[in-house]
Design a binder for this molecule. Sequence first.
Ligand code: KIV
Length: 275
Amino acid sequence: MSTVTASSRKEHRITATSLAARKRRGQPITMLTAYDFTFARIFDAAEIDLLLVGDSLGNVVQGVDTTLPVTMDEVVYHTRMVVRGTHRALVVADMPFGSYQVSAEDGVRNAIRLVKEGGAAAVKLEGGTKVAHTIEAIVNAEIPVMGHVGLTPQAVNRMGGFRVQGRGEEGRLRVLDDARAVQEAGAFAVVLEGIPADLAKEVTAELMIPTIGIGAGVDCDGQVLVMHDLLGLNDWSPSFAKQYANMGAIASTAARAFADEVTHRKFPDAEHSYK
Ligand code: KIV
């Protein structure tokens, strides 16, 4: 009889170091956001490779307009739940706004919290050349880092809105420089968000590390979606986000049916009552 132990299960976990080989083999990488145990368990069983505890939790869990108010304590809290739901997926915790912008030292301290208190196996932070020294410092603290360039939501006020980046010669060069800086600093992968598909293709061809696209076309090494967009749980989704299910409508129908049965004293019936 074979015994599955925690350590034997861990052998099948996706690791940050294994992703470069995936890129070389041309095997696409899948990533979804997750914020709690239940969905982490479902996505892990569906063999999604990476689960990102995104600071998008501000938008889709907390109902605020930007990711800026999200705190370290909140990301730690959600990361713990997601880690508990996974056996296979690599869990990446997003570094929220304010947790790494002041200094590299701050970045290292907060990245350590996400690993030590949250249980994350890697962290993600936004920016390129400006944060390269911070990425390097976190990698030197033995924590794998995923970069994030192009449309970086934490820079919404500088960008003047959630605008596609990398348009025009100057914009293209900025994204290319940022992606190169992230790789040079030691990141194991980089998210390319909201950039023209041909630019994402060029970045992907040039970098050795995998690129994970969101609103960046089909030629990235992998793709990520926010789970609420995937499942149709939002009122509104960006045009690049494909909805694979309409769970919002299913939940609404279920809630209405429940309310109707309670109103008409049909629930609970004998089957759902104790004798
Ligand atoms: O916070 C998030 O969900 C993200 C993804 C959009 C990549 O950063």
